[in-house]
Design a protein around this ligand. Sequence first.
Ligand code: MLT
Length: 318
Amino acid sequence: MTYKILIADKLGNAGLERLSQMSDVAYDLRTGLSKEALLEAIADYDAVIVRSDTFIDADVIAAGKRLKVIGRAGIGVDNIDVPAATAHGVMVMNTPHSNSVATAEQTFTLLLATSRRTVPAHNSLAAGQWERSRFVGTELYGKTLGIIGFGYIGRLVARRAQAFGMNVVAYDPYVPTETAIELEVELLPLDELLAASDLITLHAIVTPETKGIINAATIAQMKDGVIIVNVARGKLIDEQALAEALQSGKVAAAGLDVYQEEPPAGSPLIGLPNVIHTPHLGASTQEAQKNVGIEIVEQIAEALRGVAYRNVLNPLGG
Ligand code: MLT
């Protein structure tokens, strides 16, 4: 029996090589398919692998007559209609840990770069200036870091923050107090975290509870001059409210890797002098891409063979 896998978004070579070594699997790498082309193609495959570019919606799932598994090479499944997959008995799986270190390190890139004003200082020097007194920054040492969303990545960020001598507090109603105590992190209600934090970093998924969690009302509860970093999902932030707070100086700076719309055409945040933005690069390290590629193809092959079902996000019952 040969299982057929469609790879609809770019996948690291290591993952493709691993697939080539599997005698019971054949794959096609077909990136950039239009919705029509995807609807036609999907009928031939037992599994499809995506990153974040291809949308696997209810129509695509319904057209996948032999589809058994949808694999997300990465964490967020915003581009997959998970309830529709569940309704059709199709597994959805991701690779929740393989790119977490990359994301935690990108968080620190932005925490440090916003605190030390690295990008404006670079631009000034590149433009021929030598403005040492203009770019006096602030230290992470001794500051309070508020982590919203204290899952795997939030905890990696906490550990790194502690190494910098930061005091770490977190908001996550789903994490037991004992876990936080073990990690020497104080769990706080959201309003207390907002009031206590010098820097705030987001590591939550988007749910009805977290969508727009950074908005005019929550920003008003923060310290003046707070720094906000988002390497999770753009929809956690009301962009207009954040842009106004950055313009007024209520928020001193923001480090943003993700946006409501990607690419962020028309976002009021793009180009503000106190914003450092990167184009959704949290997971974009060679190591992370190698790891997610290998992990997703192995998980899918195991599931198709009925050997193991790792990191399945939807309960299929029966
Ligand atoms: C993820 O959800 O894994 C990251 O945001 C990276 C990506 O979209 O590939």
